[in-house]
Design a protein. Structure first.
Length: 161
């Protein structure tokens, strides 16, 4: 006999950036700023990510496209991989994601793609801490505490024998 389960998440919605803490407000503004430097000549979908490290350092990244589409990289992974390379051992506490497009309606915040969610999950495992994810548009901000809210059935390597 089959068994059904309900999975629920806690999603926080903030109507105005001024309702955030100064730390989170600065993180969202950094993500918005770096989105202007995205290299997105094909999609015209500019995304910025700002990652807060445990020591207060902010590392940013923007999406980087390429004519060979699979060669591009999302803003979130650019920021996380940059932080992992430049600040090894520093845990990630928060990440803000902001997207802008002159061609698309982005009144609802965009969420990280599946690949970025998986990378966040691994960094949570490495550093043994949940990453608060802030997803922002000009009209509202959504937040979750930990990647399990966005990726409840993530891939995880089985323990070694």
């Amino acid at each position: 006999m089959s068994q059904k389960q309900i999975i629920s998440i806690e999603l926080e919605t903030v109507a105005d950036i001024s309702d955030l803490s100064s730390e989170e407000k600065n993180l969202v503004l950094a993500a918005k700023d770096v989105a202007t430097r995205a290299y997105a000549p094909y999609s015209h979908f500019n995304v910025g990510a700002a990652l807060l490290l445990s020591d207060g350092t902010i590392v940013t990244g923007s999406n980087q496209e390429n004519a060979a589409y699979p060669s591009g990289l999302c803003a979130e992974r650019v920021a996380m991989f940059s932080a992992g390379a430049a600040f090894p051992g520093k845990s990630f506490t928060k990440i803000a994601v902001y997207a802008h497009s002159a061609k698309l309606d982005l009144s609802t915040p965009v969420t990280p793609c599946g690949a970025c969610r998986q990378v966040m999950a691994e960094y949570e495992d490495i550093h043994q801490n949940a990453i608060r994810v802030l997803m922002a548009s000009d009209e509202k901000i959504m937040a979750v505490n930990g990647i399990n809210a966005l990726l409840p059935f993530r891939f995880k390597m089985p323990p070694k024998k």
